[in-house]
Design a protein around this ligand. Structure first.
Ligand SMILES: CSCCC(=O)/C(O)=C/O
Ligand SMILES: [Fe+2]
Ligand code: NI
Length: 180
């Protein structure tokens, strides 16, 4: 189940808000400048879909977002619990970082915990199947896929260099929740 917890960034013990209603989540996140919405597949997917099939299934929503934001590229990234490098992939995004472009991810399957540090608030967004989140360029954030990650996500972007994580050097992520 998707959920949003909002904290004061100096008080990780007690959330100020805890929401599971997706419309309410979208409203709170929109006020912080975060796009959060649900997409519907335009066609069913086979059991082990390749990238082209996944993109074709969500073509309508992908094209709508490209028209709105001008992203140049689309691809698909996935992780499975028996991936030999899962620990290294998890660690890559666990500390607070920024990107030079928007981080736009749609969850075709599975889940991931995006935590956004905006002004003096921390927004923990558990995204699940059907959720789209867009983190604006240069927003401090971290991401936890969990110890046994399982997700298939569509990425919209302009330049792969935009994925480079520019770490802030803060240890704030260590004070907040991980994906169990
Ligand atoms: C669903 S992939 C998310 C990992 C990533 O690209 C990133 O930068 C997380 O902060
Ligand atoms: Fe990131
Ligand atoms: Ni600390």
């Amino acid at each position: 189940m998707s959920e949003l917890k909002v904290f004061a960034d100096n008080a990780p013990q007690q959330p100020l808000e805890h929401l599971t209603d997706k419309a309410a989540m979208a409203q709170v996140l929109a006020r912080a400048g975060i796009r959060y919405e649900q997409w519907q597949a335009g066609q069913s997917l086979s059991e082990h879909p390749q990238q082209e099939e996944v993109i074709a299934a969500y073509r309508a929503d992908i094209d709508r977002l490209i028209a709105a934001e001008g992203y140049q590229s689309v691809d698909v990234v996935s992780m499975v619990p028996d991936h030999p490098e899962k620990a290294a992939f998890r660690q890559k995004f666990l500390e607070e970082h920024r990107h030079s472009e928007d981080e736009v991810r749609f969850f075709v399957e599975g889940q991931g915990l995006f935590t956004l540090h905006i002004d003096d608030k921390v927004y923990e967004v558990l995204c699940t199947k059907g959720d789209l989140i867009s983190v604006p360029a240069n927003t401090p954030h971290w991401f936890d896929m969990g110890a046994n990650p399982r997700f298939v996500a569509i990425r919209l972007f302009n330049n792969p260099d935009g994925w480079v994580a520019n770490f802030t050097g803060s240890d704030i992520a260590s004070h907040f929740n991980r994906l169990d």
